[in-house]
Structure formats: structure tokens, C-alpha cells
Design a protein around this ligand. Sequence first.
Ligand code: B12
Ligand code: SF4
Length: 572
Amino acid sequence: MSVSLLKPSIQRTNVDRRANAKGLVTLINPNFVKPGVTPYALDILCSHLEIEGFNVDVLDLTWTPDEWPSLIARYFADHRPMLVGVTLRNAGSVQPQEQRVFLPDHRSVIDEIRKATPAPIVLGGAGFSSMPYAAMEYFNVPYGVKGPGEILLCALANVLASGESPEAIAGLLLYDGKTVRPAAGGGHPVAGATLGRHVEARYMRRSGVPLRVDNRVYYDRGGLGNVLTKNGCPFLCNHCIEPDAKGATVAVRTVPAVVDELESLVSQGVFDIHTTDSEFNLKIGRSKALLREIIARRNAGSALRDLRLWIYAHPVPFDEELADLLAEAGCKGASLSAEHFCREHLAVWDRSLGTVGLAYEADDVRRVTRLLSERSIQCTAELLIGLPGETTDTLRRAVDESLLLPTTVVGFTLGLQVFPHAPLGVRMAAESAGHKVVRGLQSNTAQGPILLKPLDRCASLTEYERQFWFDEKGRVRPVFYFSPDLPEDPETIARPDGRWVRTIQWIQERVPASEHYRVALPTVAGDGKDDNNYADNPFLQRAVALGYKGAYYSWWRRREEVMSSSAFQESP
Ligand code: B12
Ligand code: SF4
């Protein structure tokens, strides 16, 4: 094999190799979506495996969308790992018009790995965790971890190294070619608030080290780095997979561990950093403590003076002090879940439960956007249109009121993907009961009626999850929901693959032309430069190639300029 043909990423030069290591674990990232997003999970998993005494290699395929098969073959030709972990961040684009599903692409990669090495494969990641049973069956792998994976991955590597049985690892998912089941005879694994057994959860972030995640390259080619301050979310928004897939209780990292990590990233030249918490402000006291530490270090002359922080935020809890601290700590932007202005009609679908739906009022959204704009912190308000109960009236109110917000951008998403363990999915399966066509359930690839069975009528969790992604013939068919009370023809609503095109036109016409520069509107295809679909968005790819940095909404208003720039060169 000619060394010159090898990508630098599989040449090992200065990765620590311990002669007395327990074994080699190879971690693989098969995410080809552009702009590339740093596979942070692999830094976390790698850090934990190293502390645990394993040698680790990271094979990152993101930048080799065409050459990945030969990269895999070459790597495994002279590496014999005892375990291969694959991270599945996105199962799909979750974009209701595009409805792109990444599972077949991921399966091609996993099949190639299987051909190249006899090592067992373990899967994890947020996309995987939204459908772990169906995914294990689809990918035909022996092991899977739902939720934060560091503890179970280390446990699995340890038992494989010592020749013991993984059967004893509570929470690990096992597949024997017929049945997916939890090990240790335990119950269905619930995503845990596990940040790791090393209390401070310090993660090594590196740049330019072969066979490791290259944080600087992601920043140079994607415009953003990332950091986790806490895991999990206690809310239960209709559509959202995160409380189930990431954990319903919040687990925080220590303040010094997070701020040291930020300092390390900034020192590597990664200046724009996006939080990867479900929502940054959920434990507001902790968020403030973190910001105070960043401010103290900035004032003491640390590299953090160059930090530009970008956050996902929830409208509550959010007060003036938090806004002040954000501004002083270098926060440049917040993506705010505004979701809707008619929560009294739409968001709470089962009042008797008292928990499902949005935990804030429209006034909270107005207040937070004002607090941010007064401090020149950019903000995008993300609205979700088409929830059950949405009518032309509620839609009109949502569009009109959202345009009054003092935000940099307002994004509208029409329709919602229906996930098996999110409140909307559970509700739709209950309503369909396996035989009833629920008005509003839709899939662009449906070839027949969409019927969903509730979990208690399914023979297994695998059967329950499978129906949300595949039809009865095994064809890929993700399920989406669009309110049937929107201005569509009855034939569109009656068809399982009907497209809510008239509503898209309605929204586009309702938004005055003078506002289009700052609004992300749904488009029929769902994958163009004007959509807030970040997956392979042509505008974003151009912007990062031109050197734009920071969260994508911060460039939104410069779409035309970016698209017409002659300085653009295709990014790799
Ligand atoms: C921040 C964020 C963004 C930012 C990223 C900014 C940045 N520079 O990182 C932006 C806005 C760019 C973004 C874009 C997109 N995102 Co996003 N994003 C997130 C968010 C909030 C955090 C992701 C993250 O890094 N988490 C921290 C890491 C450490 O967690 P993790 O990857 O899950 O890893 C842990 C476990 O999953 C597990 N694990 C992971 N891999 C493995 C592997 C093994 C072997 C094991 C054992 C365990 C394991 O252990 C890890 C450590 O605890 C998540 C939701 C969330 N709370 O995680 C959504 C989320 C991942 N995104 C999602 C989507 C759909 C997208 C887009 C496709 C949207 C779009 N159409 O534009 C794009 C894709 C971009 C791309 N190139 O891939 C979905 C995926 C849903 C699904 N079912 O597939 C999520 C879950 C949001 C949601 N609620 O639906 N995103
Ligand atoms: S949308 Fe945000 S607040 Fe709602 S459940 Fe998801 S992560 Fe939590």
C-alpha cells in the first residue's frame, strides 16, 4: 500500500499508544452532512476509553464522502480493534418537506466496516437513540447504547477485553440476529443523565492529531466548534426526542471542566463555539455560575477574551441577569425555541397529564427576544407550524406576532416528524390504534395508508419503532404530521403522500416581501438555500467556504451577497 495514498487522518504519528493497554477501540463517524459538525461524541467517548486504559483510534469519514470505502479498507488492513463504535448523530434531516433519511447511507458504511473487520460493532448517538430497537435490527449489529454512552461503552470494552459476557451490563442493548433486547434481563433502557463516572467529566479536545477528532478543521470548514455544559431536558415538547434520547433529568458538568475546555478550544483557534446542551439555560443558577467564571477568566487575560459563544435557549427560565452575563461572557447569539403564539390552543395535547406541551407563554418569548436585542445578542426565533389544532387563524397569528419580535431571524418549520417516543408519536399511535387513518399523518414516500400501532399492541419495541421509519414492506417511510385544518385541498389531506403546498404558499404570501431578508420560510422541496434546513444547505456551504464563522442565522441576512459572491470555491 502506498503511504502517499493514505489520507493523513489514518497515519498514526503522535497518538498515545500504551503497550499495556487493554486493547484497541476504533470509533467511526459516518456523518457526511455539510457544513460538517464536530463529532463531539467521539471526543467524549475517546476521553473516557483512554482514562479506562484502552488505545483508541477515531476514523472520521466526514471529509471523505467519496473515498470512505477505501479509507475503511486501508485502516482495517493493519488495525485489529477489539470493538468498533459508530456514532449515528442524525437518523434523518427531520425537515418536513425534504424528509431525508440517512439510515441507508449509514448502513452502507456499517456494511463496509463489517466486511473489513471481525470486531463487533456498537452503535450510539442521538439519531440512534431516537429509535434504538429498530436501528439495531436495521443495521444488524450486536450492541447498542441509548443515550449518553460513555459509561456503557467503557463497560462493554472492559468485559470484551477480559473475556466476560456483556450480558451483565444493565442498559446495554443486544441483538442476536432475531431479537433486540436489553442485557441483564433489565427493562427498556431509559436514556440516563450519565456524564461519566469521572465526576468532573473532562473531555480532551484536540486539533491536528492523527486518528483523533480534528476540532480546528471542523471550525475552519464549518465555522463552529462545540461544548457541552449539561445533558438532558425535563420538558416534554410534543415533537422532541431529546428528553427520551438524551435523558429527562438534567446532569451538569462542573464549571471548571467546561471553562477549561472552552479555553482549550479557543487556544486551538476555535473561537466560535455552540453549546450542545438541549437548552443552555435550563439550570439557570448553573448557567450563570459558568458565565461568571468565563467573565472572570476573560478579565484576568485568558484566551477566552476571543470566545464567541452561541447557545440554544428556552424562553424560561430567563431573566435580565442572565442576559447581562451572556453579553459580558461573549455570547453572540441565541437560538430560541419560540414554537408558537397560540399555546393555549395547540401545545398541550393531553391536559390530564399536565406535563406535555410548552412551559412558557408568548410574553416570555417577547421578553427574552427584547432582553437579547437590547444587548446586541443576535437571536433566531424558531416557530413550529402545523401542530394538531393549527388552523388558518392560529397560523395567521403566529406569523404576524412572530414578525413583531426584535430578532435577527425568524424561522418557520411547517410540519413535524413523528418519533416513536416523543409525545406526538405516542399520541398518533394511540389514535391510529393500528387500523385508523389519522388525518394529518403523511410521508412523501408513503405508498399506502399510514397506520401506527400503540406500543401495547406491538409484539416488541422493535415492531413499535420500526413503523415510524419503514412501511410494511421495509421501504424507508418516515412519518410526519401536518394539521389537516390548514388551507389544503381535501384530496391532499386524504393522500398519505399529500404535500401541504398551499399552506407553504399561504405562509410565503403572508410574510411581507420587506421581511423576507430576515425570515426562513418553508419551501416545497425543503432543501434550498432559503430553508432553515442546515443539512447540505447550499447557502451555508458557500458561506463557510468564504470564511464566515458563527451560528448560521448570523449570516442569514447576507444570503444574496453570499450566493452571488464570485470568491466561492467548492468546499471539500
Ligand atoms: C447543537 C446541535 C446542532 C448544532 C450543532 C452545532 C455544533 N457545532 O455542534 C446545529 C444547529 C448546527 C445542528 C444542525 C443539525 N442538527 Co442538530 N443538534 C444539536 C444538539 C442540540 C446537540 C448535538 C451535540 O453535539 N450533542 C452533544 C454530544 C456529545 O451528544 P451526542 O452526539 O448525542 O453523544 C452522546 C450520546 O448520543 C452517545 N453517543 C454518541 N455516539 C455514540 C457512539 C457510540 C458507539 C456509543 C456507545 C454512544 C454514542 O454518547 C455521547 C456522549 O454522551 C442535538 C440534540 C442534543 N441534545 O444532543 C441536535 C440533534 C442531534 N440535531 C438534529 C438534527 C436533525 C440536525 C440537522 C440534520 C438539522 C437540519 N436539517 O439542519 C443538522 C445536521 C448538521 C450536521 N452536519 O450533522 C437532531 C437529530 C434527530 C434524529 N432523530 O436524527 C437532534 C437530536 C435534535 C432534535 N431534537 O431532533 N444541530
Ligand atoms: S424542544 Fe427544547 S425544551 Fe422542548 S423537550 Fe426538546 S430540548 Fe426540551
